[in-house]
Design a protein around this ligand. Sequence first.
Ligand SMILES: *Cc1c(COP(=O)(O)O)cnc(C)c1O
Length: 441
Amino acid sequence: MLYHSLENRYKNLISFEDAVLKGLSPDGSLYIPVSIPKLDTKFIHKLKSYDIDTIAMSIISPYIGKSIPEEVIYRIIHNTLNFSFPLKKIHDHIHVLELFHGPTLAFKDLGAQFMAECLSFFSRKKEKNVTVLVATSGDTGGAVAKGFHKKTGIEVIILYPYNGISCLQKKQITSLGDNILALEIHGNFDDCQNMVKKAFLDKEIQKKYILTTANSINISRWLPQMFYYFLAYRQIKIENPIELIFSVPSGNFGNICAGMMAEKMGLPIKFFIASTNINDTIPRFLKSEKYHPYSVKKTISNAMDIANPSNFSRIWSFLYKKNMYQLRKKLCSYQFTDEETLSIIKTVWKKYKYILDPHGAIGYLGLTQYLQETKNNSSKTAIFLETAHPIKFADHIPPFLRKKIIIPNKLKLFLETKHKIKKTSLSNNFNIFKSWLLERK
Ligand SMILES: *Cc1c(COP(=O)(O)O)cnc(C)c1O
């Protein structure tokens, strides 16, 4: 498979390896594959009879092509899909797909681990280490730190705002050490992101470093998220479900875009709902056809506090060729407030004894709103994605419920262990960051 930038269809076709190492195209747009491979319908019908590794292999190997030998792809998949993705019934035909059983209890673990394994393979041939530079508002940092820890040939530099992330997230980023460097920036998330962007454009830094990114614009983090939708389908009890609907809590729109790719590959998904918080650029765009981001507003589902979602351009320009009529047949989008989010967390607990995190709660809200509007509920299989364990956002869960969250053992162990904090503090001045980068090489 070859890739090109969204803006530049016919020039500069590059391999999977180059697209992973570059992250973002030099013209500033995202990489996309030249085509979407179709899976055999027989394979889809028989999905339940295959094991998870075989399914993942069939989905991803056409996208990797000759960049990685087959037996290595197989090993990467095996090392990545090493936790469970259970589909649970909540009530009626509403199901939750739990994506938070990975090492840092967030759905980003899968993509981060997959990317780390790919980069580690590509860095073998390089003379110097590959440096992953990443700004985080919380979840990405932890998942990337864990996924890349001790991977040979790679070092990771994580920039986080000094008072902008939770204690647990800070501990996840600063406790590992080795090839994981934590930079505490005296500024906010936007400062961190701007410093990273500037570093990519800086000639002196580029001379000393092989730099790449680790957010969902990188194809090796984005594409493996297709697995979720196939693995959900595999667990559905009904034979050949035809009215399958997914609601995806969306921020940067990488996850839902992967689901829409899975549908284009042949997975029979009838409809998608992009559920957002009040950062509602996409719900407004689908209504008015005007793309007009406002500035970011803080919410309790803070991993989705994004006003200009990078991956939406992959849906709009690549998957749907800017055809609003076709897009609306497959996608709708709703936005919800913090009050609605908190209220549904309480209701779902009271009625069904299930604890939602604020992000999953928005997914649930989107799903129920859609089902209400379309009325015909009976034949549908409706799934919302739960993207983080509620303990990760316990501060935003109503206090009476907080005590009821069962803390997973791996987290208990992590919290009980005393860790040495390994971090460097810097001001939000780019030149200071730049000198720090240049002096350590
Ligand atoms: C990153 C994140 C999201 C948003 O996913 P996108 O792919 O950016 O749309 C939702 N929930 C949680 C918990 C996240 O960490």
